[in-house]
Design a protein around this ligand. Sequence first.
Ligand code: CTP
Ligand code: MG
Length: 240
Amino acid sequence: MGGHESAHPMPTSFTSAILLAAGKGERLGGDTPKQFLQLLDRPMLCHSLDVFEASEAIDSVVLVLPQIPFEWPGARYPKVDAQAQGGATRQDSVASGVAGLAGRTELVLVHDAARPLLEAELIDRLLAGMSETCDGVIPGIPLEDSIKRVGKDRLVESEVDRSAVWRIQTPQLFRREPLEKALRWAVAHGEDSPDCSQMLTRAGYRVKVVDGDPLNLKVTRPLDLMLAEAYLRARSGGRL
Ligand code: CTP
Ligand code: MG
């Protein structure tokens, strides 16, 4: 087909996911960190790994693990081409994952293993949102409750304009170089941020918000574990 070799009008960038699974899960409690707990049919982190495996948008995965021994079914996940050792804080773990990226990675999707309800459509939305006018794209949920500033004495101080406030989730998508530079900037300025996009905006990069997924909750406390199980079970249509 001379001259018509390209069926894809847009070149796709090599995209690597970093799955953060090196936390201690202190707020959930228990002996096993939450990302390794069995969630219906699989350990929690496998729910995200399965989405990465099935998504055409993800080319490779870096898995960031803690020091504790964990038997994970590596053979089921050929896209995982690197494992990294997590650090003391989430930002340290991100840095460790970034250091393990493949040489040809251009876009980096950073995701919390503690968000097992990830769906491929959200990854596609983030990629579609990436444009020349930004260095990162993150999922956000507009707030529905009233938001108030409350003082130490529990007295209401003021109202907060809800339309300007969003709840931010992972996965978060970044161009590789801004992410690497923002990490260096944070280290140089002694900053430790629990949210990668905060690192980029502090370092002066542009981050855009696209529609998140209200069901993409983060398992933080015991109630979240029950909700995650209920959502997953409902989504499986009774299969699980
Ligand atoms: N995480 C990590 N390395 C750390 C801290 C957190 O990889 N040093 C990961 C967690 O495994 C989780 C995600 O970052 O997937 C979000 O963090 P969070 O929900 O706070 O998990 P934990 O830090 O494990 O929980 P807690 O704060 O309750 O101890
Ligand atoms: Mg934490």
